[in-house]
Design a protein around this ligand. Structure first.
Ligand code: FES
Length: 153
């Protein structure tokens, strides 16, 4: 009898047998993180974006917060096509255009609106509280929403 036979199956093999399936079970959804104040409303001009570093927001991925049409939105910052910062893109009428290959994403839903990107961006909840822009990293934005409209610049 070999050494490994005496020890029995490896923990991974034992788990596979116990579960009756591969251990490649999808990861659970990211736990919602506490909200963070990312800027004052007046610090983010219409048609612009700021980036909240992944180490600061707790998700490990940079998140871009956009202002378009007086509303605020948040998406993962890196384009789902290749590697580009959407915060450096063109922002207009509720969408952002990637600065590298011109894919467009809906700011409200993250949907890829124009090729070459086909994978949507992940959205994050944004709210205005007082004069602050608050971000809930990892909490999806409510369908089709953004923050309430702000007329101030
Ligand atoms: S990197 Fe954004 S469209 Fe190609």
């Amino acid at each position: 009898m070999t050494d490994s036979a005496r020890r029995g199956p490896s923990p991974a093999r034992w788990l596979r047998r116990a579960l009756g399936r591969s251990p490649s079970v999808p990861a659970p959804p990211e736990a919602s993180l506490p909200p963070i104040r990312v800027a004052a409303v007046g610090d983010l001009a219409e048609g612009h974006a700021l980036v909240v570093d992944g180490m600061v927001n707790g998700t490990g991925r940079d998140i871009a917060v956009f202002r378009s049409g007086g509303r605020f939105y948040a998406l993962d910052d890196i384009c789902t096509h290749q590697y580009a910062s959407l915060a450096d893109g063109w922002i207009e009428d509720g969408w952002v255009q990637c600065p590298v290959h011109a894919a467009r994403f809906s700011l409200a839903t993250g949907e890829a609106l124009r090729p070459p990107a086909t994978v949507p961006e992940r959205t994050h909840r944004v709210e205005l509280r007082g004069d602050g822009i608050w971000l809930w990293p990892g909490t999806p934005a409510a369908a089709g929403s953004g923050s309430p409209t702000v007329d101030r610049d």
